[in-house]
Design a protein around this ligand. Structure first.
Ligand code: ADP
Ligand code: MG
Length: 697
């Protein structure tokens, strides 16, 4: 079979040399069909000519007129100015970059047409650097019959060059319609009134005047909907395929004769009884762990809902069946806390619970690794250090990943491969407190089974949140004083833009100094990400033991930290963080049964959006509501956080604009699996290219 022409290198098109080839690659354009799916960012309307007297400030318009005057102004920045006039008025064109050729063309008396943005200033109307050309024949039609596409560019490729290339590619398709296969079933197209792929593509690259640029922007045009839908469908199908593949593996079976006894004893040793939601999720996990395929389960539960003990239960099942367990957490602080909890819970077991992070070195590290290989270690808890090459297990049966959204996809996969033996893979339990809005879950987690802990332990009171300007700092400091006098503890969180951990730590150090001076009776301590692990541990332990009243911290305490007596949290510059992250941070308080408070202390002035966002947090304690609202206000990338290495970049779809499309995707995917499985692979290839396993957890 010969290669489909659209699959050939763009080098086959005329005008594409080695250099252009290289530049196009930066735009992700390698083969001809990449050009076809390189869709415009926006459109320009050159379908009508505006009279000069109808122009208004801010309009982008096509005009035509005669050159009346041209001159180079030496004042200030050298510029070329040129007045043109039609029957209704005059306008000035201004160029800061120009050449001799331009001076030649813009001669008084010449007829030109130009396209650009109109500015109205005190001296009249002007256009800066408009597109323009000479019109030879007064009667020539200078309008375009279609909207002009504006493509995403890269250095060295001009808009016009790209337009020409796309035209060539479209011509190929249109000459031979068979080249561009429409993988969506016909029935689906007619049900949704979607145009065929070829029609949709032609419309989007060169919309006719019936379609307004606004409609294209808002995404209401069926051609655009259809492509967005196809793209979302491809992502969803890929996850389902992954899921099916994962089902083909065998899994260890966690059944043991004495299991019931062990479980009863474990539950008795807990200082509380499980909530109904915890019990339900535990049952779901138990069922997975005796099934022949590996468990792939996501436990989602709001901050403080008690996920840790649920994961410990799963660990118990693995241990009692003679398997090893790996527990991975995104921060050292959180891993250390799990270490404390698991050490207590599994103290009576005839096994070792060990800790591993980048900071465990030398002899200690060697012992941990040997214990793992020999099988004397039953549970290993740590950070991403767990999936380094030197770490080998004897019988890994269960992987627990806490706060999984903080890990990159590759990190998760590396750990899973460690447990792989012959055709067997360990069970996997991943946990997250970041509630994923339904729309995102459809594309991020449709390869996982999801359990939701939708109930908080009894007696928790909602956290009272206030939004206050930094000018009231003195009041806040006074409030800390009286709070500490009552025997309660406080967090003070210094936030900075995430990329600069150094600056964030410096800010925290400084704040700790200032607060120590301002609050002489209060025992202040500091914790941040650049401290040594042992030092952090000491500080946390002191805070837990109430030898410290006020803990000044960076966002390192965002996940996991659990000190119920700390019931007041001050967050500085909350406007810089995502709402879900703030909700997580705030979740450090409200862990006991007494009142708790969170003060969001912002820098003035606050933008309208920022004010609205903080208002959402003040008015709700429900992580799910918060994430949904944040998604509406900020878009998916922000909600998932920039750290989410697995976040998806869509080519056409926009998760906020196209959210409604997701309603039917599950059902349609189901139907495709049954009736037209042959389209799955090509659809995924078209939209996802080679990024095969990107979301396989
Ligand atoms: P998260 O879901 O945020 O990880 P944790 O597992 O850290 O929550 O639990 C938060 C706190 O609630 C811990 O102090 C834990 O011991 C406690 N806890 C968990 N389950 C219950 C329960 N059923 N009843 C009372 N307290 C509980
Ligand atoms: Mg937790």
């Amino acid at each position: 079979m010969s290669v489909n022409e659209l699959g050939q290198s763009v080098g086959k098109l005329s005008g594409v040399g080695a250099q252009t080839l290289h530049r196009l690659e930066k735009l992700g354009i390698r083969v001809i069909s990449d050009l076809i799916f390189h869709l415009p960012l926006r459109y320009e309307d050159r379908t009508r000519v505006y009279s000069i007297d109808s122009l208004k400030n801010g309009m982008t318009a096509l005009i035509s007129g005669r050159v009346e005057f041209v001159d180079v102004l030496p004042r200030g920045r050298k510029s070329l100015v040129c007045n043109i006039a039609d029957d209704t008025g005059t306008i000035t064109l201004k160029f800061f970059h120009f050449n001799a050729h331009q001076l030649n063309v813009l001669k008084p008396g010449n007829l030109i047409c130009c396209f650009g943005e109109v500015r109205q200033n005190f001296s009249g109307l002007e256009m800066l650097h408009p597109d323009y050309r000479i019109v030879m024949n007064q009667d020539a039609d200078i309008t375009e019959s279609r909207l002009t596409p504006v493509y995403p560019l890269t250095e060295g490729i001009t808009q016009n060059a790209l337009r020409k290339l796309v035209k060539q590619a479209l011509l190929l398709c249109n000459l031979n319609p068979k080249l561009l296969t429409d993988w969506l079933p016909e029935k689906l197209l007619s049900q949704h009134n979607y145009p065929t792929l070829a029609v949709a593509i032609n419309i989007l690259h060169a919309p006719d005047e019936m379609i307004s640029a606004d409609a294209l922007q808002s995404g209401s045009v069926p051609a655009l909907k259809r492509l967005a839908f196809e793209e979302l469908l491809a992502h969803h199908l890929r996850l389902r395929v992954n899921r099916n593949k994962a089902r083909q593996w065998q899994a260890p079976c966690f059944s043991a004769d004495n299991q019931q006894e062990v479980v009863a004893q474990f539950l008795k040793s807990l200082p509380f009884s499980l909530t109904g939601a915890q019990q339900r999720v535990i049952n779901e996990i138990s069922a997975d762990c005796i099934a022949p395929q590996p468990m792939m389960r996501l436990v989602q539960g709001d901050v403080g809902s008690g996920k840790t003990v649920v994961s410990a239960y799963a660990a118990l099942l693995a241990l009692s069946a003679g398997y090893q367990v790996a527990v991975m957490a995104p921060t050292e602080l959180l891993a250390e806390q799990h270490m404390r909890n698991f050490s207590v819970w599994f103290a009576d077991f005839n096994t070792q619970v060990v800790f591993l992070s980048g900071q465990v070195k030398g002899k200690a590290r060697k012992e941990v690794l040997q214990g793992l290989e020999a099988g004397t270690v039953g549970i290993i808890i740590g950070t991403h250090a767990l999936f380094q090459e030197s770490v080998n297990f004897k019988r890994l049966g269960l992987i627990i990943i806490d706060e999984q959204h903080r890990f990159g996809v590759n990190q998760r996969m590396a750990l899973r491969e460690k447990g792989q033996q012959d055709n067997r893979r360990p069970h996997q339990l991943v946990m997250t407190a970041t509630p994923i809005p339904r729309t995102l879950a459809m594309l991020q987690y449709s390869d996982l089974d999801v359990s939701i802990i939708d109930e908080l332990p009894p007696g928790r009171k909602p956290i009272v949140t206030s939004v206050i300007p930094a000018e009231r700092r003195a009041e806040v400091v006074e409030r800390i004083n009286s709070w500490v006098e009552k025997g309660r503890q406080v967090y003070w969180v210094c936030t900075l833009i995430e990329e600069s951990e150094v600056l964030e730590c410096e800010a925290a150090e400084k704040t700790a100094e200032l607060l120590t001076v301002a609050l002489p009776k209060v025992r202040v301590a500091l914790i941040h990400g650049r401290m040594k692990s042992a030092d952090k541990e000491l500080v946390m332990q002191a805070f837990k033991n109430h030898q410290v009243d006020l803990l000044v911290a960076t966002t390192v305490i965002e996940v996991g930290v659990d000190v119920p007596n700390a019931g007041l949290m001050v967050i500085e510059n909350p406007e810089r963080l995502g709402l879900s992250q703030l909700h997580q941070l705030r979740g450090r308080v409200g862990r006991g049964d007494s009142d708790s408070y969170c003060l969001l202390m912002y820098q003035t002035p606050l933008s309208d959006v920022a004010r609205q966002r903080l208002g959402i947090l003040r008015d709700s304690n429900d992580g799910f509501v918060i994430a949904e609202k944040d998604l509406e206000l900020r878009g998916p990338g922000e909600v998932l956080g920039t750290r989410q290495t697995g976040a998806i970049n869509f080519r056409v779809a926009d998760l906020v604009r196209d959210a409604d499309l997701l309603d039917t995707i599950h059902e349609i995917a189901e139907e495709i699996f049954i009736n037209s499985p042959q389209v799955i692979q090509p659809l995924c290839d078209r939209w996802l290219g080679a990024s095969t396993d990107y979301a396989e957890v």
